[in-house]
Design a binder for this molecule. Structure first.
Ligand code: 4AD
Ligand code: MG
Length: 434
C-alpha cells in the first residue's frame, strides 16, 4: 500500500503494510519516531518498545536516514505529526540499512548537483518529476486528441535544422556527424506521409550560455501542420499550452500545492494570448529604456521587460528576416519580416515556443537559403539538405510548425528558479555528471 492510500479515510484504524524509506528519525524514551517516505508522500511512524517484538525494536533503533524499510501497523489521525497522521507500528524491518547519507539539511547547490542521483529523492524533486511526467502526458494527450501522429526522427544527423552553429559534432565511423539541434526537417518529411505529426525527442545545443534557461540537452516537442497559416499555428499553440496548464491544475492540485504553485494561476491560462509584432515589441522595449534597434534579437532582459507584468504568455510575431532561420518565408505584406512567431512565458520565464510557416516553394526556398548564407556569413552544404529540399519538388504543400522546449515550459508552470531542476539529469556547459 502507498502512504497516500494509508492516510485515506477508509484505511484509518485498519492494519496496513507499507514499503518505504526513512526520511527522518528521532528517539525519545522507548519510542522511535520515523518519518517514512514513498513516492506518494510522507507519514510519521511510532515504534514503541512495549508494543513490538524484539526484532522490530532492534530494527527500528538500528535504522538510519534513507534506509529502505517495511512496516506494518495501524494509522490514526494525530495532530502533532507532520502530515496529521501517525502509524502505530506492529512490525518493523529494514530491507537495507543505509550508509551515512551524504546529503544533510544545508547543502551547496554544487553538492546537490554532484549528488543528483540521490537528490532526486528529495520531496521537492520528487514532486517536480511527477509534474514533469504529467506535463509530458498532457502534451501528448492534447496532440493525440487533435489527430496528430507521433513520429521518431534520428538523433544523429548530417545537416543542421537551425543555425547549425551550435551543434555537437560526433565521429560517425569516420564521417562528421552531429547530434540533432532540431528534428523539424525530419518531422516535415513525415508530415508529407502522415499529415499532422509531432516529433518528441531531445535536441542538443552546444551553446556556451550560462543562463537559467539554457540546457545542452533538452526535450523538444516539434509538431508540423499541413496547410496551417501562422495565425492558425498560434491558435493551436495557445490552446495546447492552456490545455496542459489547466489539466495540471485540475488533475494534480496536490503536486502544485507541494511546490507552492497556486492551481488558480494555471486555471487562468486561457486563449487568446496577446499578440504583438516585433516592431511593437521594439517600441515597448525602447520606452522601458532598453535600447533596441530593428534586427536585434531579444535577450533575457528584453524578454523579462516584455512579460514581467503578464499573467499569460504572449506572442511576438513578424520577426525581421535577417535574424530568423532559412526555412521561414518572407511575409508578402511586409518584406522586412518572415511569417513566424515566438511564444514568451509570463514573468520573465522567456521564450517557450518558436513557430512559423515553412517556405514550401522550391525557388523561394533556394533564394532564402542564399540570403541567409550572405547575411549570416555561413555556407550550407546543400548536399546534406537535398532530401529535405526534395519535399519542395514532389507534391509540395504549404505548412507550418513549431518547437516547444519542455523544460522551459516546466520551469514556467512550476515557477522554478533554474531550468536544471526541470530535468532529472541536466547537461550544461559545466555539468555532465551524474
Ligand atoms: O527557437 P528554436 O531554436 O526553434 C527550432 O529549433 C525550430 N526548428 C522549432 C520548430 O519550429 N520545429 O527552439 C525551439 C524551442 C525554444 O522556443 C525553446 O523553448 C527551446 O526550444 N530551446 C531550449 N530549451 C532549453 N535549452 C536550450 N538551450 C534551448 N534552445 C531552445
Ligand atoms: Mg527561437
Amino acid at each position: 500500500m502507498s502512504i497516500s492510500i494509508a492516510k485515506a479515510q477508509k484505511a484509518i484504524g485498519r492494519k496496513v503494510s507499507l514499503n518505504g524509506w526513512v526520511y527522518r528519525k528521532r528517539e525519545s524514551g522507548g519510542i522511535v519516531f520515523i518519518v517514512a517516505r514513498d513516492s506518494s508522500g510522507i507519514l510519521q511512524i511510532a515504534i514503541k518498545k512495549d508494543s513490538v517484538d524484539d526484532a522490530s525494536w532492534k530494527a527500528a533503533t538500528a535504522t538510519t536516514i534513507e534506509s529502505s524499510i517495511k512496516v506494518t501497523g495501524t494509522v490514526k489521525e494525530e495532530k502533532r505529526a507532520p502530515t496529521g497522521f501517525e502509524m502505530q507500528a506492529a512490525k518493523f524491518r529494514n530491507v537495507q540499512i543505509s550508509e551515512p547519507y551524504p546529503i544533510t539539511e544545508y547543502q551547496s547547490t554544487e553538492l546537490l548537483l554532484d549528488k543528483r542521483h540521490l537528490w532526486l529523492r528529495s520531496r521537492k524533486m520528487t514532486e517536480v518529476m511527477k509534474a514533469r511526467s504529467y506535463i509530458f502526458r498532457y502534451t501528448r494527450q492534447f496532440l493525440d486528441k487533435k489527430g496528430f501522429y507521433e513520429v521518431t526522427p534520428p538523433i544523429i544527423t548530417k545537416a543542421g535544422g537551425e543555425t547549425g552553429a551550435d551543434m555537437f559534432e560526433i565521429d560517425f565511423f569516420g564521417q562528421k556527424a552531429y547530434l540533432t539541434e532540431s528534428s523539424q526537417l525530419y518531422a516535415e518529411v513525415m508530415e508529407f506521409a502522415l499529415e499532422k505529426t509531432y516529433s518528441f525527442v531531445p535536441s542538443f545545443r552546444a551553446e556556451k550560455s550560462r543562463t537559467t534557461k539554457h540546457l545542452a540537452e533538452y526535450w523538444h516537442l516539434e509538431p508540423e501542420m499541413p496547410y496551417f497559416t501562422n495565425e492558425q499555428a498560434m491558435g493551436l499553440e495557445e490552446r495546447m499550452v492552456s490545455y496542459i496548464a489547466n489539466t495540471l491544475a485540475t488533475k494534480n492540485p496536490d503536486i502544485l500545492k507541494n511546490l507552492e504553485v497556486s492551481p488558480e494561476t494555471l486555471l487562468n491560462i486561457k486563449p487568446p494570448f496577446e499578440r504583438i509584432s516585433y516592431e511593437k515589441a521594439l517600441e515597448i522595449l525602447n520606452q522601458k529604456g532598453l535600447k533596441k534597434a530593428w534586427g536585434d534579437d531579444f535577450g533575457v532582459e528584453d524578454e523579462r521587460a516584455l512579460t514581467e507584468d503578464k499573467d499569460k504568455p504572449i506572442f511576438v510575431h513578424s520577426w525581421p528576416r535577417e535574424i530568423k532561420p532559412f526555412y521561414m518565408p518572407i511575409n508578402p505584406k511586409d518584406e522586412r519580416t518572415v511569417l513566424s512567431s515566438d511564444m514568451l512565458a509570463p514573468k520573465g520565464h522567456g521564450e517557450i515556443i518558436g513557430s512559423g510557416v515553412r517556405e514550401w516553394r522550391l525557388k523561394e526556398l533556394l533564394e532564402r537559403m542564399k540570403e541567409v548564407e550572405e547575411k549570416k556569413g555561413i555556407k550550407f552544404n546543400m548536399k546534406n539538405y537535398e532530401w529535405w529540399i526534395d519535399l519542395r519538388r514532389y507534391g509540395s504543400i504549404p505548412h507550418a510548425g513549431f518547437g516547444m522546449g519542455m523544460e522551459r515550459l516546466i520551469k514556467w508552470l512550476l515557477n522554478l528558479d533554474h531550468i536544471r531542476d526541470a530535468i532529472p539529469f541536466p547537461r550544461m556547459v559545466n555539468r555532465l555528471e551524474p
